[in-house]
Ligand binder design. Structure first.
Ligand SMILES: O=C(O)C1=C[C@@H](OP(=O)(O)O)[C@@H](O)[C@H](O)C1
Ligand SMILES: C=C(OP(=O)(O)O)C(=O)O
Length: 432
């Protein structure tokens, strides 16, 4: 594996750029927008509410903002597809509208918990109806205004924090959210970029309702969660030397780098810059002899989407890796603890799932995964599919991954980019 690559734009920031651009006064120009299914679901939702959005054209999008109160009632349910971020953040914004909305999702999203957003929105005086077990669909009865609340998040979730803050834009008063652990702060940073006064003091974020958003320019960095697949791939591959350009390295998001460094990865950062309030850098990764570690719990929320591929790193490391405090992995697009443990076991790895994590006995960098010919089931989860594509680098024989088209959720062009870097994803034999 060698070469330079730029992975597509950050998914979290792309979602937020459409939402805030739509609510702003004026025209917001976005570059580096992720043309993946999740971010496109958010784009379509705002189009369905009357926002004129040009693009995407090679990552360029122009959003003609309608102002905080300019959205129109959609004529059909808003389809959030596979995207938890779309559903939970849009739920917050819908609370302040003067119309009712129904939010629906695909099979996977329809199984994900929504009580976590229904609870705070109910405290804000909003009537939300949901399906069985507080799952989607969500029916939100917008009243045009919400009550400001002081909310302590019961779990570390940037989606719930963002839902409450975005609803708080429509409150007559100050909304505060306190989080139990640091989670990604893209909402807070982007709101500031749109001229909104958002204060962060320790673990509490504070926002006065009724502030207007002023259109701005947004340059979306490359997605560290997508880059993570190649960081692990290069680490476990022989003679690898790759550089990933312009990767978003917001400290509330880039825990994967700290974890890989602690495992002995050979990672160098250069060309540090700040774009649109978000830190970026180029990330050079070379082959390394990884070792198993106990993953510090404070890094869990800031690397939450990277665990599927970090489990692959652990499977190829020397010694034991222990993950705890990561029960949130069980309510993502799939149960990422169960699905990864099953897949790794099928590759001959001793991977023991626990309620809130996993214990993996690494095979070391000399012996490969003994892939025994069973088909890996990605269970409709893009990150599972890409993680096993990376695992295939060290597998004996060809690894077949079912449902791999889901990679378009977050990483369109994954296979092409992987090929450019020297991985043969469509016909993997032995080591790349
Ligand atoms: O706010 C966001 O953009 C996201 C937050 C995280 O979810 P949780 O808030 O549920 O942890 C993450 O898993 C998801 O991919 C994107
Ligand atoms: C959990 C994820 O996304 P979402 O919650 O937006 O579906 C993810 O992309 O890994």
């Amino acid at each position: 594996m060698s070469g330079l690559a730029r992975v597509p734009g950050d998914k979290s920031i792309s979602h937020r750029s459409i939402m805030m651009g739509s609510l702003a006064d004026g025209v917001t120009d976005i570059e580096g927008f992720l043309e993946g299914e999740d971010a496109l679901a958010t784009m379509n939702a705002f189009r369905a509410m009357g926002v004129y959005i040009e693009g995407p054209d090679q990552g360029r999008v122009r959003v003609h903002g309608v102002g905080l109160h300019g959205l129109k009632a959609p004529t059909a349910p808003l389809d959030c597809g596979n995207s938890g971020t779309s559903m939970r953040l849009i739920a917050g914004l819908m609370s302040g509208q003067r119309f009712d909305v129904t939010l629906i999702g695909d099979e996977s999203l329809s199984k994900r918990p929504m009580k976590r957003v229904i609870d705070p929105l109910t405290l804000m005086g909003v009537r939300v109806e949901a399906g069985e077990g507080s799952r989607p669909p969500l029916h939100i009865h917008g009243k045009g205004a919400v009550k400001a609340i002081d909310y302590s998040l019961p779990m570390a979730s940037a989606q719930v924090k963002s839902c409450v803050l975005l609803a708080g834009l429509y409150a007559d008063g100050v909304t505060t959210v306190t989080e139990p652990a640091v989670t990604r702060d893209h909402t807070e940073r982007m709101l500031r970029g749109f001229g909104v006064d958002v204060k962060t003091e320790g673990s509490t974020v504070r926002l006065q309702g009724g502030q207007t958003l002023k259109a701005c320019k947004i340059d979306v960095p490359s997605d560290v969660s997508s880059a993570a697949f190649f960081m692990v791939a290069a680490s476990i591959c022989e003679n690898a030397d790759i550089t990933l350009k312009h990767v978003g390295l917001n400290p509330t998001r880039a825990g994967v780098i700290d974890i890989l460094l602690a495992m002995g990865a050979n990672i160098e950062l250069s060309n540090h810059a700040t774009i649109g309030g978000e830190p970026v850098a180029d990330v050079r990764v070379r082959s390394a002899k990884l070792k198993g570690i106990r993953i510090p719990e404070h890094l869990v929320p800031i690397a939450i989407d990277e665990f599927p591929v970090l489990f692959v790193a652990a499977a190829n490391a020397v010694g034991e890796t222990v993950l705890t405090g990561a029960e949130e992995l069980r309510v993502k697009e799939s149960d990422r603890i169960a699905v990864m443990a099953n897949g790794l076991q099928a590759c001959g790895v001793n991977a023991q799932p626990t309620e809130d994590g996993m214990i993996i006995q690494g095979l070391g960098y000399k012996s490969g995964l003994r892939y025994q010919g069973t088909v890996i089931e990605s269970q409709g989860d893009h990150r599972i599919a890409m993680s096993f594509a990376v695992a295939a680098i060290r597998a004996e024989g060809t690894m077949r991954i079912r449902g791999a088209q889901t990679v378009d959720t977050s990483f369109p062009g994954f296979v092409t980019l992987a090929s450019q870097l020297g991985l043969n994803i469509s016909a993997v034999k032995g080591r790349a």
